[in-house]
Design a protein around this ligand. Structure first.
Ligand code: DP6
Length: 360
């Protein structure tokens, strides 16, 4: 599929008002996306676990208007008008206009809320953009003269979400989504995410992710700025090659259940991502002292107990603690007794792998 397939051909446009609500999840990358080219094309393929409890719920009310020049919308976040979020959404709408021309014929009122605490440091752009994309696809389905398949809806929603935020392309389906063209993954594409196409070993079923909220403040450097710093980065090529090799490796481990290799790869990916930040020009650090305390405590615990717990990081100080479901009781006890002290107000979120977007 190429971009032309996502330009609608036959729209009947007879609907005056519509309202659609979607709940879409956040995701946590195992092999990381860090570096992109225009328009939101990743420099390497990535794979993530879709989450279950960390999600965004978005309702969009569409009211038909005279045709306008640029999409018009109001945005409410957790019940309050949120004009400071508008530029990002406006840019998103501008980017997708070619693929959603009906945006010029409706006025949109967007109401959005997250399941996770406000400014918890959890990236909300993935769940936020994917929820908007699903609402737009619900409208498109009703405007279309011909029946469009669920498969097309899912693909185009991921394609649109990607144009809002790269990682959002991985927040439509679950439990494992690959984004970025890679020869080891059939049907993979730079344009949208695809479900991991091979049978996954039972040890990874209902995998657990407890998110330790180390720092809830605003990040000093946004992901978008961080991605851009990969353009002149001295290790960029090595990093993109490493990530693509890691994707091929993790695909094997996910299938054969080699959890020790999975753990080494996932932790190395997290540290490699942050190593890119440390070696950017200008350089920056998103980890906090407590991030390192947690990593060391996890390593000690694993050495002593033989547990399969491991960590990953996204572009921030919070730590995602990953472990198989059958270790839940022990690991939660370890987190409560030894790791929660490193979290702001002792807060953490118990999540697990989920299955993607839900219409409400
Ligand atoms: C470290 O998707 O937030 O979480 O495309 O600029 O919106 P933009 O960036 P974003 O970057 C995510 C980076 C990451 C790794 C990942 O999720 O793969």
């Amino acid at each position: 599929m190429d971009t032309q397939n996502f330009i609608p051909k036959s729209l009947k446009n007879s609907i005056e008002n519509a309202s659609h609500t979607w709940l879409t999840p956040s995701n946590i990358a195992l092999v990381k996306y860090w570096g992109k080219s225009e328009p939101q094309i990743p420099k390497n393929a990535s794979v993530s676990f879709t989450l279950s409890k960390s999600h965004t719920k978005t309702t969009i009310d569409f009211t038909r208007t005279e045709k306008v020049e640029i999409p018009e919308f109001d945005l409410f976040f957790e019940g309050k008008k949120k004009d400071d979020f508008k530029p990002k959404i406006a840019k998103f709408f501008e980017r997708i206009l070619e693929y959603c021309p009906y945006l010029l014929e409706y006025r949109l009122t967007i109401h959005s809320e997250n399941s996770f605490p406000h400014s918890s440091g959890i990236a909300s752009s993935a769940s936020g953009m994917s929820a908007i994309a699903m609402c737009l696809m619900s409208l498109e389905r009703s405007l279309c003269d011909v029946e469009i398949s669920d498969e097309f809806i899912t693909k185009k929603a991921s394609f649109l979400a990607r144009l809002g935020s790269g990682s959002a392309s991985r927040s439509i389906e679950g439990p494992l989504v690959v984004w970025g063209k890679h020869e080891a993954i059939e049907e993979s594409s730079d344009l949208y995410g695809v479900q991991f196409p091979y049978k996954v070993h039972s040890i990874f079923e209902n995998y657990q992710d407890t998110i330790l909220l180390v720092d809830k403040g605003e990040k000093q450097v946004s992901s978008t700025v961080g991605h851009n710093l990969m353009h002149n980065h001295p290790f960029a090529k090595q990093r993109f090659d490493q990530a693509n090799e890691n994707l091929e490796r993790i695909s094997k481990y996910l299938q054969n259940g080699d959890i020790n290799s999975f753990i080494s790869l996932v932790e190395s990916e997290a540290l490699s991502l942050h190593a890119m930040m440390l070696t950017s020009n200008p350089y920056f650090i998103l980890m906090k002292p407590n991030t390192l305390e947690i990593i060391n405590a996890i390593w000690r615990y694993r050495n002593v107990t033989g547990s399969n717990v491991c960590f990953t990081l996204d572009a921030g100080a919070n730590v995602h603690v990953l472990y198989p479901e059958n270790e839940k009781e022990n690991v939660l006890q370890f987190i409560e007794e030894q790791l929660s002290q490193y979290c702001q107000k002792n807060q953490y979120i118990c999540d697990n792998v989920g299955f993607g977007a839900k219409k409400l």
